[in-house]
Design a protein around this ligand. Structure first.
Ligand code: FAD
Length: 403
């Protein structure tokens, strides 16, 4: 073993990083998207490839189009005023460790044939590409929704909803959602949180709080539906099944559903169907909703050996969640490092994800699942809520690749 590491690996990198003329060729790993998955992956790769980066054998590029990194699960606690939005945001550049070249540039076109990324400023070549471009709620898909509805899936949305709830004394709050959406338990969490918040302030008796779902059940995952159903039965909550909103009339304060029903509201909270990032659609890489056809085990883009996908951008049939991106990063780091070192890519993503389900102002459940284990929430406790709070604080260590 030499001072710098394993001699076998060194020889492999050395041979790969020289052309026939003996010129040094740097291998470029490009990551598009500086959200939860892309930032974590870049930082972890930088740690594992520290020596190769130092020796200019590998360069790591991270393309980010937002100066501010947002921890989205924090929106739930902004809505009740428990924390300010600043608690859940950090400058993107403060999260990126040495060894990662952060490019604050929006990628406009991905050319997987030429292995190039185009931005407004430049065209970049890559050897290995990771797409971490996420998913976004499409508020323009339903006429009237952008003007007529509140949401808690964006910074602006959660601040506006916080202010609306702070002044809401009586009337009907209706929660609607469509699939696919990221964190598919968040709409039921906001229902439980708003219920508890209004109760804690003595304002619940004049408020009718209604939860709906596009499926006939309280949730499309049977185990989660069963968990929610027990609470609904015990507390007499109101549920509207098969509500897929096709139009919002902000003047009349009415939603119209696919089945032709109408439902009135005084305050509407709507989470629409999500889509992939515009660049995926513009580059012709996604399915009809702009999600990337991805191998569920290797996380490679279909038909591409040199392109990987992480997080919400995939079309893998699991919940779109930051924790999924976290576990995916573990196998991607191993496979990318192995690949650069000329070793076989042995890691497989097993569909693992874990998330909390907040069920009161001071209680949470927890859900763990993978490809072979369907999600089944465990009973809510105060201790789990405390763990949720802990994780919210520790997220910044996760993003920096330290956890
Ligand atoms: C209210 C709420 C609660 C949630 N709660 C939980 C929870 O409890 N547990 C959990 O695990 N998950 C939760 N999530 C989901 C979690 O936040 C997401 O699943 C996670 O952020 C996905 O990470 P990602 O990297 O795939 O996408 P993102 O974090 O969305 O990052 C994608 C990034 O790519 C950037 N990008 C897109 N296109 C380009 C381009 N062309 N060029 C450059 N950059 C680009 C975007 O701007 C964005 O910064 C919650 C989400 C919400 C909204």
């Amino acid at each position: 073993m030499g001072a710098k590491g394993n001699p076998v690996c060194l020889r492999r990198i050395f041979s790969e990083s020289h052309t026939s003329e003996g010129m040094n060729v740097v291998k470029t790993v490009a990551i598009v998207g500086g959200g939860a998955g892309g930032t974590l992956l870049a930082n972890r790769l930088a740690r594992r490839l520290a020596r190769e980066i130092e020796d200019h054998e590998v360069q790591l590029l991270l393309f980010a189009n937002r100066e501010v990194h947002v921890y989205e699960p924090g929106f739930l606690f902004v809505v009740t005023g428990e924390h300010e939005i600043e608690h859940y945001t950090r400058p993107q550049k403060s999260l990126v460790r040495r060894g990662v070249r952060l490019l604050m540039e929006e990628v406009q076109r991905i050319d997987v044939e030429r292995k190039q990324l185009r931005t407004a400023r430049n065209t970049y070549s890559y050897d290995i590409l990771v797409l971490a471009t996420g998913a976004r709620p499409d508020f323009d898909l339903v006429p009237g929704m952008r003007e007529g509805a509140h949401n808690f899936y964006t910074v602006e949305g959660s601040l506006r909803l916080r202010d609306a709830l702070a002044n809401f004394e009586k009337g009907r709050i209706l929660i609607v959602q469509d699939l696919p959406l990221k964190c598919p338990v968040a709409p039921i969490e906001i229902f439980f949180i708003i219920d508890a918040y209004l109760r804690s302030q003595g304002r619940r008796q004049n408020v009718e709080l209604i939860y709906s779902h596009p499926s006939p059940q309280l949730h499309h995952e049977p185990g989660i539906a069963e968990f929610i159903a027990k609470r609904f039965a015990a507390r007499g909550y109101t549920f509207l099944p098969e509500v897929r909103v096709v139009e919002v009339d902000p003047q009349k304060r009415v939603v119209r559903t696919e089945k032709g029903e109408t439902h009135e509201y005084d305050l509407l909270i709507a989470i629409p169907k999500h889509r992939g990032a515009p660049v995926i659609e513009a580059s012709g890489l996604g399915d009809t909703l702009g999600f990337l056809p991805t191998d569920r085990y290797t996380l490679k883009l279909a038909g591409r050996d040199d392109v990987y996908v992480i997080g919400d951008a995939t079309n893998i049939p699991i919940s779109k969640a930051g924790s999924a991106a976290h576990y995916q990063a573990e196998s991607l780091v191993n496979n990318i490092v192995h690949r650069l070192r000329g070793l076989p890519e042995t890691a497989r993503y097993d569909g693992k994800l874990a998330c909390f389900l907040v069920s009161d102002l001071h209680e949470s459940s927890f859900i763990g699942c993978d490809y072979n284990t369907p999600p089944r929430p465990i009973p809510s406790t105060e201790l789990l809520y405390w763990f949720k709070g802990m994780y919210n604080e520790m997220y910044w260590l996760t993003a920096r690749g330290l956890l």
